[in-house]
Write a protein that binds this ligand. Sequence first.
Ligand code: ZN
Length: 351
Amino acid sequence: MSLFPEAVSVRFHPFFFTPAANLLAGFFLFLGAFSSLPAQTISLNNTFQQWGFSRDTTPLASTARWKNQWSHITVEKNKPWVLLNNTRVWLNTPVTENRGIFFLHQGDYAHTLQPIVAPTPSANAPVVRRILLDPGHGGNDVGTQNTRLGMQEKTFALDVARRVKFILEQQGYQVLLTRGSDTFVELEKRSLLSRQTQADLFISIHFNSAAPATGPNGIETFILTPPGHYSSNDAARKASAAERNAVEPGHRFGAWNALLGYYLQSSLVGKLDAEDRGLRRARFTVLRGLNCPGALVECGFLSNPSEATLIGKPAYREKIAQGIVDGVLKYSRVVQQLQQAATPNPPPRRS
Ligand SMILES: [Zn+2]
């Protein structure tokens, strides 16, 4: 499943940019700053029209689809996700529909849809030069395990991180690891390293587990849950208001986190042809304290016998690494374009 042109020679297109979209986004971010306001929803029909998308036909009245030259977006009534070029992106609040008009909660618009589909040009866009990779677990913390196959998460996370480092260095990036050997590093220390190393990007690499169930398989990418929202795995909505409203250092990069998370998830799923479990939200310790945009990728389930067997093969782990690299390159290109779009052209030279 490929979303964007894979070949590097083909010009890469983000969804699009329009000044109108960015003004609109600014307005809703402004509204979102006042949590005492009643819940706001916005019409997706109007939004996508303003962004230059046209409505596509769908077989069911409960779904809607919009497309432009490069991209398509699908929503379904009462479902807490949108499909951006077939990549599942989880929302805080389900999509609603009334007489053919589909509505999105303004928080999901501001924190998820707009940053990915119509990102705002910024002179301060965090252009990627130095990347900090974080192989999950290590030392006494082995992470999740497949005891039957003798596999420990910490080993495979480090292996994939080393592969990603090798490829990205060949692309000219400076790459650092939170751990380069089988040692334990505190979670707070890992995110603190993003500040100490002045990294532009942080990616934590993990493998998943659904024990005792062996069925679940596929890829998940996590980014920091926005203030006020519930995390994706909090289906029972148990998080207290204090927990939900806490503002963390990592929230300063909310829009970039969304963009990064989207490109990582779509690239990994595309490269591996794996199950798309979606771009999700969590308040993981390694994401909360970050000093740069960051995400945590779950590159497959060690608890699933067939996926674990694949993960045990070096060639498959190389593909995982390439998927992560593809995501970084796409994100990096968009960030660069957003920076250039916000930088005025130099004045013409006087003759
Ligand atoms: Zn883990």
